[in-house]
Design a protein around this ligand. Structure first.
Ligand SMILES: [Fe+2]
Length: 351
């Protein structure tokens, strides 16, 4: 196998470059570093590109910057430079503005140790994307982006044993976990005027729920700042589509369903549909079975019609392989629909 993308550690060091043959010793080294999944080339899909709303380079740089800011804020030994956070926020805003018509294909593999930083950056990208569709100007996008990058900064004050606990939290631990909102607000309030109050409130309010059932204050509806209403949607979606120590990630189509079901109670009913419209329910690379019995891989998704992607067909309902690469544009076959998402690893065993 050949690597399809660069493999980075949480602090942005390149562990393995793209286009390298993956030897046994590389695999052992990566496992030692707790990297359990990487992108590999597949000759059938070499030409397929996953559209990115935020480039890989910006994502990695932002993760490093967030990590450094969290470390400094945790230790409080020196003043954190919010300029660096402002800088990456600006980069994310300008890339999202350029790609705002694209859908979000959640395909990033996260390593175990970089979750908080990757999560912060991805929540920022998703939030900014939604806000561009709410008509935000650049000043507000920037305020939102900064606050989203730092929304979980209060976790630096939560015991790591509680943060990473695999089992359910007891009442005290839950209270500790929930206090990351207050901690975050307190940390950012001391930012000496470098951050605006609406930005800082995202740390405090991102676990409030539209129906008033959230924390820390049980605010509801417009009592919750709009920035926080946006970030709470991005936060939940990103969290449930990520592997965590205590549960496996949901597939985007499962997460989509869950968000719809809980949507009316937890989220702003005006903002949730705008968010869901930007999500590729079947991201590029998803293996799907159609109602016709055909199995194919999603190779592109039209942003206006995310339920009708273009597939590359792999096998028919008798499990006969299709020769070569047959493209199947579901927009031209309106009676076909996706019946099921197939585990890609299962498919590899069949072909
Ligand atoms: Fe949080």
């Amino acid at each position: 196998m050949i690597t399809a993308r660069n493999v980075f550690s949480a602090d942005g060091r390149m562990l393995l470059a793209a286009d390298k043959e993956i030897t046994e010793s590389y695999i052992r080294r990566l496992q030692e570093m707790e990297v359990y999944a990487i992108y590999v080339r597949n000759p059938l899909f070499d030409d397929v590109e996953v559209p990115l709303v935020v480039s890989e380079e910006t994502r990695i740089q932002s993760m490093q910057t967030v990590k450094r800011a969290f470390e400094v804020l945790r230790n409080k030994r020196e003043d954190v430079s919010f300029d660096a956070i402002q800088g990456v926020a600006r980069r994310i805003v300008s890339e999202v503005l350029r790609n705002r018509r694209a859908l979000v294909h959640l395909t990033e593999i996260r390593t175990h140790d970089d979750y908080t930083f990757a999560h912060s950056v991805d929540v920022c990208g998703l939030s900014v994307l939604v806000a561009t569709h709410l008509g935000y100007n650049e000043v507000r996008l920037q305020e939102l982006a900064v606050g989203a990058l730092l929304h979980d900064v209060g976790k630096t004050k939560v015991d790591a044993a509680v943060l990473n606990k695999q089992a359910a939290l007891d009442d005290d631990e839950m209270a500790m976990m929930r206090s990351h909102t207050m901690f975050g607000f307190d940390i950012l309030r001391c930012s000496k005027g470098k951050l605006t109050l609406p930005s800082i409130h995202i740390a405090l309010q991102h676990h409030e729920k539209y129906d008033g059932s959230g924390y820390p204050r049980g605010l509801s509806k417009e009592e919750i700042h709009e920035y926080s209403r946006i970030v709470s949607i991005a936060d939940v979606y990103d969290a449930i589509t990520s592997d965590r120590p205590y549960r496996k990630a949901l597939e985007p189509h499962e997460a989509y369903e869950l968000m719809l079901v809980n949507g009316s109670q937890h989220f702003d009913p005006q903002i949730l549909p705008i968010f869901l419209k930007r999500i590729a329910i079947y991201p590029v690379g998803t293996v799907v079975r159609l109602n016709t019995g055909d199995i194919g891989v999603v190779v592109s998704v039209p942003p206006e019609m995310p339920l009708r992607p273009t597939l590359r067909l792999i096998m028919d309902k008798q499990r006969r392989l299709y020769p070569g690469s047959i493209e199947y544009d579901m927009q031209n076959h309106l009676t076909s629909f996706v019946d099921q998402v197939v585990d890609g690893r299962e498919l590899l065993k069949l072909i």
